[in-house]
Design a protein around this ligand. Structure first.
Ligand code: SF4
Length: 341
């Protein structure tokens, strides 16, 4: 049987590597005037997105931006209309936003940051990150300096885990063109590394707040269940609960092992916390489990609601929605979950 190639794959050394990279990044960021480590991450995100998408952002027509931003908002509000909205979004995103990388020689000014935010808003993929960029008040040149450092160093620490990304994208050729996840699916290696580092930083920043909460929930992506068609989970306010139909299922095992905690399955990152009430925002902390490109968005989605997060990464992608021909049950590093909870 042919070995499956994944866009990223972790191994037992990953958590040590990302910890070392996190230490180096935070040491370097002390050269600047950021008010805290979260602001250093915000600056890095702005710089990396500017580096990758700046040229396209500056070319983006304001009517196209508005149309795509409205469609993305409509999609979030009326998920039942997903099929026909996504068809239209896929065509517009491919036509206007999906461009080959072109070196960006423009200076990152306040006005250009607004154009970059318009681009991110049009993709619909960065909604939980955008408030952090709108409120960013530090020197924009620092975003560029951090990004240069990051581009020079990320491969050294994290390149091993994305070494098949190019091959994966080559094998899948024009895959996802005209689909609503075209930008997400074709994410650059730097975005993988940014999310890996971002998760490490957010884990450190929110550890104390997380520990202070009594009520802990584990949020699992639904690609962790053993059989997507026969799953008998029940929908509750914060997500689906396992009803223990199959002892071989990873969700079954985690739900049993952490029976003192709440464990929910989430069908899509966009639906997480939809049913959260004031009591959840006051009492709850979460360990979120997700694949790499959702890490920063997922972390900030949670903190934007005042729910302190920790996160653990899926060892590799697993779902056919975005990545594979067939679903395969996703796995995590169980030791890491034990350490985080
Ligand atoms: S064990 Fe739980 S999560 Fe797994 S398939 Fe059954 S109900 Fe679904």
């Amino acid at each position: 049987m042919q070995e499956t190639i994944f866009p990223y794959k972790l191994n037992e050394k990953y958590y040590e590597a990302v910890k070392s990279f996190g230490d180096e990044f935070l040491k370097y960021s002390k050269k600047f005037n950021f008010k805290d480590d979260e602001e250093a991450l915000e600056a890095l995100c702005i710089g990396v997105y500017w580096y990758l998408y700046g040229t396209t952002a500056l070319d983006l027509n304001s009517n196209i931006h508005q149309a795509l931003a409205n469609l993305a908002e409509y999609r979030r509000t009326f998920p039942e209309d997903k099929i026909f909205i996504d068809e239209l979004r896929g065509k517009l995103l491919t036509r206007y936003l999906f461009k080959p990388y072109k070196k960006n020689n423009e200076k990152l000014t306040k006005d250009n940051l607004k154009m970059l935010i318009n681009f991110l808003e049009a993709t619909g993929d960065y909604m939980d990150q955008i408030p952090h960029f709108k409120n960013f008040n530090n020197d924009l040149d620092d975003c560029i300096s951090l990004t240069k450092w990051f581009c020079k160093n990320s491969g050294k620490y994290l390149g091993e885990y994305t070494s098949n990304l190019e091959k994966y994208l080559e094998n899948n050729g024009p895959s996802h063109l005209m689909e609503e996840d075209v930008i997400f699916y074709h994410g650059h290696e730097l975005e993988y590394h940014l999310n890996m580092l971002g998760a490490e930083i957010l884990n450190r920043v929110f550890k104390e707040d997380y520990d202070a909460r009594q009520r802990k929930a584990i949020l699992l992506p639904s690609c962790m269940k053993i059989n997507t068609k026969k799953c008998k989970s029940k929908e509750e306010r914060l997500g689906h609960k396992c009803t223990f139909c199959n002892p071989k299922c990873n969700v079954y095992k985690i739900t049993k092992e952490y029976e003192k905690h709440e464990v929910y399955m989430i069908s899509h990152e966009s639906t997480a916390f939809k049913g959260a009430k004031k009591e959840d925002k006051d009492e709850l902390a979460i360990v979120g489990i997700t694949c790499v490109l959702n890490l920063i968005s997922g972390g900030w989605k949670s903190t934007n609601l005042s729910i302190p997060p920790q996160c653990v990464l899926l060892e590799h992608v697993a779902c056919k929605n975005h990545w594979l021909d067939e679903d395969i049950p996703a796995k995590i590093n169980n030791e890491q979950l034990k350490l985080k909870i």
